[in-house]
Design a binder for this molecule. Structure first.
Ligand code: MRU
Length: 350
């Protein structure tokens, strides 16, 4: 249920042994839900982007493990759950939160059984919303009054369990009375900006204008952008950031025009096992997503297309990382190690 005064329903909700997800494939035309009863249902929902966005995938992955564990017989169940966990992680290789959520639920399962795995998934979901509110508050301090903010893809409530990361910063700035105005990149090929970010901002009553991705440069040149804020799918320990394809180009443009480029993400998006962006696996999706637009073919029949879902922005283009533990500026390596360490302690204590 949507809490009173909350314009956006929870992206992910555990209901009577099943996982209910907002079906993001249907937005903005319809607000409908997809209900997953099995790991196969969940893998399908993740692969087809019914649920998407790094923090949302973290919670979904943990619930997937809980679902597998609750349905597995006690004898020989562990191997089946591990196989299910591998299937879930393989659906989307770049967003590190997915593997992170799955691993946390597996650890809880090993320590306390299926109900502990479910408790862990609930904890991840609750922590996500709290973390996003905290990072939103930190990020809002970076947003000047009436700022014109450009964002890419969807790093909002729908990319998380609630509140959002990059959109969390914008939302917190709006809640602080700063009246930000948002340039929304449409985000080809799957239009997460046009379909989902626009839907969220509309519901939140935040002033926003949709632009083709290719308009960002000329808007910056015309002095129409005060800052850029995006989310992240994985942050390497040197501060390199993987995010939706097109983010790197925005970061280079922002640097050229002297515009701050912020990345908002929970600490769980930092991957302590990834040294730098070169080590991040970039998901490549079906070329049909490029040769078609919402099911309508726009390229000649049979034409080849390349469809990398993410790119890597080198740390030197990132003005600051906005996390629930505070704003981190370069040099990133030591600050990130500190953040990751304290997050591990906080999770262990929660
Ligand atoms: O392919 P998607 O829609 O899952 O890509 C999502 C993004 O790139 C988001 O910016 C990222 O996951 C951060 S979400 C808070």
């Amino acid at each position: 249920m949507t809490p009173a005064g909350e314009p956006l329903p929870p992206t992910i909700e555990w209901r009577r042994g099943r996982l209910r997800l907002i079906d993001q494939r249907e937005l903005p035309e319809r607000l409908t839900f997809v209900v997953c009863s099995t790991v196969e249902d969940l893998c399908e929902a993740i692969s087809t982007l019914a649920v998407r966005g790094a923090p949302a995938l973290g919670a979904a992955g943990a619930y997937g493990v809980a679902m597998a564990a609750l349905g597995a017989p006690a004898v020989r169940g562990a191997a089946r759950v591990r196989a299910a966990a591998r299937r879930i992680v393989a659906t989307r290789p770049t967003a590190v939160n997915l593997a992170w959520g799955v691993e946390r639920a597996l650890a809880a399962l090993a320590a306390g059984g299926a109900s502990a795995a479910l408790e862990e998934a609930h904890r991840i979901a609750a922590h996500d919303v709290a973390a996003n509110r905290a990072l939103g508050a930190h990020g809002a301090a970076l947003v000047p009054d009436r700022a014109r903010v450009l964002t890419h893809c969807n790093a909002g409530s729908l990319a998380a369990v609630g509140y959002g990361t990059a959109l969390g910063v914008i939302r917190a700035a709006a809640e602080a009375g700063k009246a930000p105005r948002v340039w929304v990149d449409e985000t080809r090929p799957l239009l997460q900006g046009a379909r989902i970010t626009a839907w969220e901002l509309d519901r939140l009553g935040i002033e926003a204008t949709l632009i083709p991705d290719v308009a960002a440069g000329s808007l910056m040149a015309a002095g129409e952008v005060d800052l850029v804020v995006v989310g992240a799918d994985r942050i390497a320990v040197n501060g390199d950031v993987a995010n939706k394809i097109g983010t790197y180009a925005l970061a280079v443009l922002a640097r050229h025009h002297g515009i701050p480029f912020y990345v908002a993400a929970p600490v769980s998006t930092i991957d302590v096992s990834t040294r730098d962006g070169g080590a991040i696996a970039i998901e490549e999706r079906d070329g049909a997503e490029v040769t078609s637009l919402r099911g309508v073919r726009i390229a000649p029949r049979g034409f080849r297309a390349f469809n990398p879902a993410f790119d890597v922005t080198p740390a030197r283009f990132v003005t600051a990382l906005v996390t629930e533990a505070g704003v981190v500026r370069p040099p990133y390596r030591r600050a990130i190690a500190r953040l990751a360490g304290s997050a591990v302690r906080r999770v262990a204590e929660s």
